[in-house]
Design a protein around this ligand. Sequence first.
Ligand SMILES: Nc1ncnc2c1ncn2[C@@H]1O[C@H](COP(=O)(O)OP(=O)(O)OP(=O)(O)O)[C@@H](O)[C@H]1O
Ligand SMILES: [Mg+2]
Length: 178
Amino acid sequence: MDPIRIDTGKRNVLGEGKHGVVYRLEDRYAVKVHHPHVAPEVLARDYLVGLALQGRGYPVAKPFGTRPVKVLGSESVEERYATGLLTQILPGVNIKKEVLLACKDRRLHDELEQRVFELLIKAKDRGFGVRDEGTHNAMYDPLTGGVHLFDFASWGLIGELLDPETGTFLNNKVIRLK
Ligand SMILES: Nc1ncnc2c1ncn2[C@@H]1O[C@H](COP(=O)(O)OP(=O)(O)OP(=O)(O)O)[C@@H](O)[C@H]1O
Ligand SMILES: [Mg+2]
């Protein structure tokens, strides 16, 4: 399979975190490419957990799968082959970075935080290994009022117990990686 070419120009960067950079591809996909030091299983875990959550009806960035990518060179990112996780581009704004820190709307942030926490608590109760809690991994769409979660790189892995077709669990055991 030919690698997808990722243009690292500023216009294409949707965001950046500890694990990697998220690029816009053809105005259609968000592609997360991890920093070279991150183990490949982490991206697979991000995908599988997203798939399981989607299969259970949670509002998440729809995961489409992992694909080989070629990250084109720029000043900050060296040219290299890597794996990218393709998901839906979420509409709206990052709740922490843009509602709390940029527009400083504390009341709206707290309201949205409550909705995020409710989703996380529900996920925990259903056996997901929820980690990395907070509003930095959630987006708010002011047009629809919708809240969506993304970034499951640090969550527990459901792994072999997950049916990848349907995103449902074959049993409720959660394997926690470090
Ligand atoms: N599907 C998406 N649609 C739009 N923007 C996104 C999407 N996924 C990620 N982003 C943006 O990119 C940023 C980094 O993404 P993400 O949190 O997945 O990376 P990370 O390296 O795993 O982060 P962390 O530091 O939390 O481990 C997010 O804060 C968000 O603003
Ligand atoms: Mg994140």
